[in-house]
Ligand binder design. Sequence first.
Ligand SMILES: [Zn+2]
Length: 373
Amino acid sequence: MSCNYAEGLSPYENKGVLGLPEKFDSAEKFAKKCELLAQLLSQSKHVVVHTGAGISTSAGIPDFRGPNGVWTLERDGKRPNINVSFTDAKPTKTHMILKKLVECKKVHYIVSQNIDGLHLKSGLPRKYLAELHGNMFIDECNVCKRQYIRSAPVETVGKKCSGVPCAAELVGGRPCRGRLYDGVLDWEHSLPENDLLMAEWHSSIADLSLCLGTTLQIVPSGNLPLETLKYGGKLVICNLQPTKQDNKADLIINYYVDDILEKVMNILGLEIPEYSEAENPMHIAENTVVNWTIERKDVLALEKQFKAKCKGVKKKRILIKSKRNSIDLQNEINTDDDKSKVIKLEIKEENVVDENAEIKTETNGEQNGVVNG
Ligand SMILES: [Zn+2]
């Protein structure tokens, strides 16, 4: 649970805006916005999904900054009530839908801030996942940097050595004298290099970034969706609380992510797969060494794709929709095609409601290796 994980982290003051009230779109708005999202998913060529703690709350894992989040309660001198362990937590509808959307090539990459291992349990292949803050179910070698799936969650956080020797020769590598460390970042740690590179490149190539269950307050994770905007793509945010990037979004849906995605799957005519315990790679890891390292060839292939699309392209200045530049926004709406108009107008309407709840705090801009969304 995020609780014993949270307790393992070193003390840290700047945890961002905590406990903002949650909001829910009306049934009518919800339906309309899900239609728009389904349309965007169908039209887009390269979709990146950014996930935070909000997609795991329906699995029983508390989030961090929600009204009952770990950091919100900590601020008030309380602790969350938890009745699920990381071992027992099962992937949610959202995790299973994302796996399916990747399979049918409607989603091309997932960037997660979650350390709960639920994307891994859902059966999502490594090639399609960046885990920017680590994973309780992954060990990493300090010498060859290979990663291995664990059969049980690690008991330490903050990259501590378990003393277990690296088994590189069992996954096709040369024998390695390294030792395994837990793969869960503490506040001060740098993000895993290949995960971050892949996340940045995919976000830049993407014509749609979809943010699910994150207030986007932690950098650099919370800024990655902006890369999509800078190269001319669109930004959709699905979250119950206001997020730091709401004023830059093309569409905001305030509802449970499970319900949003279920509705979208209905519209797209796609089935939601059931979670199968037997396919959970952690069970395979009970009897054999399972490699979870990002493959070099995948990094190189993506770099090529990124350079072809983005190199030499001038990044756009991102419009921030606020009272001060609402005229700019209006111009932007007028120059866009009809579909964007509908979407941006939706948001404009949203922002009126949002005005008081807007997140204004910049979360530790210098910080590079901070944890969970
Ligand atoms: Zn090694």
